[in-house]
Design a binder for this molecule. Structure first.
Ligand code: DGY
Length: 322
C-alpha cells in the first residue's frame, strides 16, 4: 500500500477519499511538525501533503527519496525548494484559483479597516474613552474615488482591481510580468505607484527579487495618508522599516495578514502601534475555500501517486526530464 504523510489536519472530511486506499499518516498537533519530525515522517513515504508553514528544503526532499509528489495546501510555494524537487524528478502541486476571490475579499476588508481606523475605534469604544461625538475623532482616508495601487497583478491583484470599480477607485498596478491595461487599470513602475496611491495592496509572490521590496525608501515614497496592506507574504515588507514609517507618521496605517516571521511574536513592536492592524494569515480562511483547497491538494496528490500529470503543477519542467 502506498504511503502518504499529511502535515496537518484539514477541514471537513477532505482526506476521506484517501482512507482505506493508502497508508495515511496525519500530523495531529495544532502546530507544524518540527524539522526532525518532518525528516523522520517523510522518509519512505510515496507522497507528501504539506502546508505553507512547513519548510520543504533540499534535506527534507532528500529524506523523502521515495516521494512521487509534493502537494502544497496553498497557492504560494515559497516554502518549498522547487528546484531541488525538480532535480529529484518530483512534481510539486499548489492550489490556485479557488482562493482568489476569498483573499481579495479579505484584502479589501483590511483596506477598509485600516483606512477608516476601525480597530482603533473599537478599542476607543471598548476602553470607555468615547465621551462624545467629535469633529476630529479618528479621521481616516476615504476609499471611494481613492487611488489603489496593486503590487503584483496576478489572479488576486486582478480580483482587487474588479472590486475597486465598485468604489469608483483609480487603479494602478506594477508587475514587470503583466500585460498593460488589465482590468481597465494603468500599469506603472513601482516608484510611481507608491507616489500616486492612497492605498497600496501587495499581491506579489515572495522571491529573491521581491523580498523587502517595501523598505525605507519605498515607504518614504508613499503619501503621508497612505495605507499599506499585505495579504501576500510577510517578507515582502521590511518590518523594521515599516515600524519606523508608522511610528513617525511617514504613512498613515498598515494592515498585515502576513508577517515575517509567522507567527509574529506577541511582543513584537509592531503590535504596539495603534495604526498597525495585524491578523494571523487569514486570507483564504473560509470553510468553503479551505475545503476547495483541500480537494485540489488531494487531486494533485492522487495524480502524482498514479503517475499522472498534476492538475496544478508549479514545476511542469519536471515532466520534460522524464
Ligand atoms: C496561500 O495559499 O498561499 C495563502 O497564503 C494561504 O491562504
Amino acid at each position: 500500500m502506498r504511503s502518504i504523510f499529511v502535515t496537518r489536519k484539514l477541514p471537513e472530511n477532505s482526506l476521506g477519499r484517501l482512507a482505506g486506499h493508502f497508508a495515511l499518516t496525519i500530523w495531529q498537533d495544532e502546530t507544524p511538525p518540527n524539522r526532525s519530525d518532518l525528516l523522520e515522517k517523510v522518509a519512505g513515504k510515496d507522497a507528501l501533503l504539506c502546508l505553507l508553514t512547513d519548510t520543504i528544503d533540499q534535506a527534507v526532499i532528500e529524506a523523502g527519496s521515495k516521494l512521487r509528489v509534493i502537494s502544497n495546501y496553498a497557492v504560494g510555494y515559497d516554502n518549498i525548494d522547487v528546484e531541488a524537487a525538480t532535480k529529484m524528478g518530483i512534481p510539486v502541486g499548489n492550489t490556485p484559483d479557488v482562493l482568489t476571490e476569498t483573499t481579495a475579499d479579505l484584502a479589501f476588508a483590511l483596506i477598509a479597516a485600516a483606512a477608516r481606523r476601525i480597530p482603533e475605534g473599537m478599542s476607543y469604544a471598548r476602553e470607555g474613552r468615547w465621551k462624545t461625538w467629535s469633529p476630529t475623532l479618528l479621521l481616516g482616508t476615504d476609499l471611494h474615488r481613492a487611488t489603489l495601487g496593486i503590487v503584483g497583478m496576478g489572479r488576486i491583484g486582478r480580483a482587487m482591481a474588479r472590486r475597486a470599480r465598485g468604489f469608483s477607485m483609480t487603479v494602478l498596478y506594477s508587475d514587470p510580468g503583466a500585460a498593460p491595461g488589465l482590468e481597465g487599470a494603468e500599469k506603472v513602475p513601482l516608484e510611481s505607484l507608491l507616489e500616486r496611491s492612497d492605498l497600496v495592496s501587495l499581491h506579489a509572490p515572495l522571491t529573491d527579487e521581491t523580498r523587502h521590496m517595501i523598505d525605507d525608501g519605498a515607504l518614504k515614497a508613499m503619501k503621508r495618508h497612505a495605507v499599506l496592506v499585505n495579504t501576500a507574504r510577510g517578507a515582502l515588507v521590511d518590518h523594521e522599516a515599516l515600524h519606523r514609517a508608522l511610528a513617525e507618521g511617514i504613512i498613515q496605517a498598515a494592515a498585515l495578514d502576513v508577517t515575517d516571521p509567522e507567527p509574529l511574536p506577541a511582543d513584537h513592536p509592531l503590535h504596539e502601534l495603534p495604526n498597525c492592524l495585524i491578523i494571523p494569515h487569514l486570507g483564504s480562511a473560509t470553510l468553503a475555500t479551505r475545503t476547495k483547497m483541500a480537494q485540489i491538494a488531494v487531486r494533485n496528490l492522487l495524480a502524482g501517486l498514479e503517475g499522472r500529470r498534476l492538475p496544478h503543477c508549479v514545476n511542469p519542467e519536471v515532466y520534460e526530464k522524464k
